[in-house]
Design a binder for this molecule. Structure first.
Ligand code: ADP
Length: 241
């Protein structure tokens, strides 16, 4: 049984090797690690917020990926070098404003990579090792925590199932997914479909779930499921939503 040993200093190559994973195995360390995944706009963040309200530590791959592209970072400079001025944000239109450093226009970057599979792969290969290294660091901050949640949208696609003890998949109907994505991110139908089609189909993710969280209707259903599951994982810990 392979155990994960937190390391604070690392080289990216060793991180990649360390996290080289097989699709079928699971994390068997003492800490219980729940992998929270599902299709884009299926409701992962909604579930994550609920878990945080229960006092559970949630580590968010999307947040780390976002932070990996902050102005002046190695990844951000690599992106600017590859795509040039077309992905450079105007000074007053993007999130971070830092002295003299160029920000990425994330919307434009999204347009490029969701139109071109090779570019999407390049971006993933640039960002994923940084996200994995960040998980390493964040997990090392919670050595005594009995249960943590790793929210990883591309858990299956990136072959990361060995990071987690069990997998929860949030799902909804395809038409709901499309509509929620368009609404949330202000995308056209074609743009939203490109993002959905870049991932595994929701049905394929559902087949590999240890727990399926149905987000087709009101959250009350999956909230009950989560409470039941957590009570089974940690019978001694009272959870008050
Ligand atoms: P993800 O994190 O999987 O991308 P989100 O949790 O951000 O998805 O949900 C996508 C969008 O759908 C958000 O705007 C959210 O408010 C909305 N949403 C989530 N769950 C429901 C639900 N049960 N009914 C209606 N809208 C929902």
């Amino acid at each position: 049984m392979r155990r994960f040993e937190p390391r604070v200093s690392y080289r990216l190559e060793s991180v990649i090797e360390h996290w080289h994973l097989s699709a079928t195995s699971r994390w068997h360390g003492a800490q219980h690690r729940i992998g929270l995944t599902g299709g884009i706009a299926s409701g992962k963040s909604s579930v994550a917020r609920y878990l945080q309200d229960l006092g559970i530590v949630v580590l968010d791959a999307d947040r780390y990926a976002h932070e990996a592209l902050k102005a002046g970072s190695q990844a951000s400079e690599a992106v600017l070098k590859r795509y040039g001025r077309q992905v450079e944000a105007a000074q007053d239109c993007d999130i971070e404003q830092s002295s003299g450093q160029r920000n990425i226009n994330r919307r434009e970057l999204g347009r490029i990579v969701f139109k071109n599979q090779d570019e999407r792969r390049w971006l993933e290969q640039t960002i994923h090792p940084l996200v994995l290294a960040r998980f390493d660091l964040e997990l090392a901050k919670h050595p005594e925590t009995s249960t943590v949640v790793l929210m990883i949208p591309l858990l299956f696609e990136a072959d990361l199932t060995e990071l987690v003890s069990e997998i929860w998949v949030v799902h909804c109907l395809p038409a709901q997914q499309l509509e929620r994505l368009k609404q949330r991110d202000g995308l056209s139908t074609a743009e939203a479909e490109a993002r959905i089609n870049a991932q595994w189909p929701m049905s394929q993710k559902c087949e590999q779930a240890d727990l399926l969280l149905d987000n087709c209707s009101a959250p009350i259903g999956w909230k009950r499921q989560i409470q039941t599951r957590l009570a089974r994982i940690n019978p001694s810990e009272g959870l008050t939503p």
